[in-house]
Structure formats: structure tokens, C-alpha cells
Design a protein around this ligand. Structure first.
Ligand SMILES: Cc1ncc(COP(=O)(O)O)c(C=O)c1O
Length: 357
């Protein structure tokens, strides 16, 4: 039957999409790569005070100046080159909106929003398969970049959902070989590996590279703050696409306070995350139901289970939620966030009582 009414005239790509509806929240939440910890009460109270100690009857500062300054200091960059959004999801959407057509390349599998946001903005997703071990295939990538001339290329580093860190030398090669493409290095999970490995400096070295970041994975997912550190000319063009008041006053003020006053807590949290990842790895290595764990530098591990579907159902029945995927390259794999000690214990216990078929 042909569609009628206004929806019939919407982008045809919408027909193949579903609105994002996360599963029911369970007791042990290991499915969303969030931080499981609240920060200290004094820090949270300072953030709350800052959030509401502002004239709420006025529009926000359209440049989000207090947050821009705090973020510039945190990243040690020129604040004028930052574009900020309601999470990096909005930054991705602004990027797509700025081009409006063309192709958006990304190694596949990767973060689902690169494809979704391409489609909702009239761009064509251009997935380029990684090798079976989730590393980059430079020849395949180069072929796609040269033949398809995408307007955008996204590389999540570390990648989601695999945890792989794409090789710097391959990225350099791709960037240098396709100077018309704007290459985005998505560092959502970079705080979980050594800072020395960040490629933030690529945005200073190349006029066709920007580096994306977010507060979501380091304990402030609810605030929705993401950013792009871009060459000045790119940042200025993208700022025309951004809605002027995309960040609310409580978000601007509380996130700025978090960045100004929360640095030592943040450092402690990131150090603990390394130990948590080792512990999660040892739980998975000790389970007879997991036969492989992909190397990860992020706040999650991707584990392969020969009986994945049944194991997933079993974990859910024990109130442990992990993430499984429909992607064919990810069949049999589940992504497990670091979570807190209680959730990891619940996972260990549930793995220990997984019944034979
Ligand atoms: C690689 C990657 N980039 C960006 C995001 C979006 O983060 P947010 O919109 O919360 O900043 C995510 C979230 O899962 C992600 O995995």
C-alpha cells in the first residue's frame, strides 16, 4: 500500500529507521558505557548551585562562554576552535547538517549514530568493513576514500563497540590521501587510554581533521555535553548550523563547574577504570562460556560467547544487562561496560550458573 499524508513526503531513509528506545533499565546496568559512579557530594552540590544560581528568565549565553573557557582549559586548546553540542550526538548532527549531501564514511562496525545521522540528514552512509579482528584495512579504506570521495569520515578511537584503537599511521595516511574529506576522530573513549595516545593534535596539524569528545563517558552523561575541536575555518562554518541556544544555562554552568572543580576526582575515576577493566577481563577469562575477548582500551569489553543468544537471555533473567548487536560482523559478541564492583559480581555470579542447553 502506498503511504499517504505528510509522512509520505518525508525522507525515504526514515522508513528503514526506528526511534531509539533503550531496553528496560535493569539492576546491573552494563549496557550503555556510562560511568557507574556519582562524583563526591561536595562536587555535585557545587554543580547544582551553579546550575540554578543564574537568571533562568534569560536566554543562555549563545557561545556558552563559561563552559567554552573551562573546556578550553581542560583540553589546553583555543576555545574559539570549539563547537559544543548537546552530546557528541548533536555535534555529529551539526556536521551532517553542514554538508547536507554526499557520503559519510566510517569503519564498520562502529558507533551506530554515524549511519543514523547520515540518513536523517540526507547523506549516504559509507561503511567500510574492518578486518575480522576489528583492525583497519588500509587498502579497503583508501579505495573507498579515493573512489567515493566522502564529505565526512568518522573514526571512533577507541572504537565502539570493539574497543580497538585504530593505528595512528594508517589514519595519517588516509587523511593525507584524501584532503577534501573532513576526517573526524571521535575520542569519546580516549580518556580511558593514555592521554599521550590522543590524536587531538591532528586538528592542529591538518586543516581537514577535527577531534570530537564528550563528557558522557566520564561521569556526566545526563548533562549532554559534547564538542568538536576543529580548524578555525571549519569551526566557524559549523557554528552557523548550530542552534544558538543548544546548551541550556544549567548545563553550561554545571558542566563548567565540573571541569573547573572536578579534575582530581576525574583523574582518580580514570585510574580506577583501568583496574576495573582488568577485573572485568579476568571475570570473562575465567568463564567457560566466553571464548574470546577483543583487546579494548575503552570502558567496556567485547566478549564472544559460542552460545551468545541464550547467554544474553540468561544474564537478563539475572538482572544483568549487556549489549548485543544485530550486525552480522558482531554475531556472537556482547559488549559489557565496566560498571561498578556490585554489577561485575552479579555478572560473575550469573556466568557461574549458566545452565547447559
Ligand atoms: C564513539 C561514540 N561517539 C559518540 C557517542 C555519543 O556520545 P554523547 O552523545 O553522549 O556525547 C558515543 C556514545 O555511545 C560513542 O560511543
Amino acid at each position: 500500500m502506498t503511504k499517504r499524508g505528510p509522512t509520505a513526503r518525508m525522507r525515504p531513509a526514515l522508513a528503514g529507521l526506528s526511534a531509539y528506545r533503550p531496553g528496560k533499565a535493569l539492576r546491573f546496568k552494563l549496557d550503555a558505557n556510562e560511568s557507574p559512579f556519582p562524583f563526591s557530594a561536595p562536587l555535585l552540590e557545587a554543580m547544582q548551585r551553579a546550575a540554578f544560581d543564574s537568571p533562568l528568565w534569560r536566554y543562555p549565553d549563545a557561545r556558552a562562554t563559561p563552559l567554552r573557557n573551562a573546556l578550553a582549559e581542560h583540553l589546553k586548546v583555543d576555545g574559539e576552535r570549539l563547537l559544543m553540542g548537546a552530546g557528541s550526538d548533536e555535534v555529529i548532527s551539526i556536521l551532517m547538517g553542514a554538508f547536507g549531501e554526499g557520503k559519510a564514511l566510517y569503519p564498520d562496525p562502529s558507533f551506530s549514530m554515524y549511519a543514523v545521522s547520515s540518513k536523517t540528514h540526507g547523506l549516504a552512509p559509507l561503511p567500510v568493513a574492518t578486518n575480522a579482528d576489528f583492525t583497519l584495512d588500509p587498502e579497503r579504506l583508501e579505495r573507498a576514500l579515493v573512489a567515493e570521495r566522502p564529505v565526512l569520515a568518522f573514526y571512533a578511537r577507541p572504537n565502539n563497540p570493539t574497543g580497538a584503537v585504530f593505528e595512528e599511521s594508517i589514519l595519517r595516511e588516509m587523511i593525507e590521501k584524501s584532503s577534501e574529506t573532513l576526517h573526524i576522530i571521535d575520542e569519546a573513549y580516549a580518556p580511558f587510554f593514555s592521554r599521550a595516545q590522543s590524536l587531538q593534535h591532528f586538528a592542529d596539524e591538518y586543516s581537514n581533521v577535527a577531534v570530537m569528545g564528550t563528557l558522557s563517558k566520564i561521569g556526566m552523561a545526563a548533562l549532554r555535553v559534547g564538542w568538536l575541536y576543529a580548524p578555525k575555518a571549519v569551526a566557524e562554518e559549523l557554528d552557523k548550523v548550530r542552534q544558538p541556544f543548544n546548551l541550556s544555562v544549567p548545563v553550561i554552568e554545571s558542566a563548567a563547574t565540573f571541569l573547573r572543580e572536578g579534575q582530581s576526582e576525574l583523574e582518580r575515576f580514570l585510574n580506577e577504570a583501568q583496574a576495573d577493566r582488568d577485573e572485568l577481563a579476568s571475570i570473562l577469562a575465567g568463564s567457560a562460556h566466553i571464548d574470546e575477548v577483543a583487546p579494548s582500551e575503552a570502558n567496556f569489553l567485547l566478549a564472544h560467547a559460542p552460545d551468545c543468544e541464550r547467554l544474553h537471555a540468561h544474564l537478563l533473567s539475572h538482572e544483568v544487562s549487556v549489549r548485543v548487536f544485530r550486525h552480522p560482523a558482531l554475531a556472537g559478541w556482547m559488549r559489557i561496560s565496566l560498571g561498578n564492583a556490585q554489577s561485575r559480581n552479579a555478572l560473575r555470579d550469573a556466568l557461574g550458573v549458566f545452565p547447559a542447553p
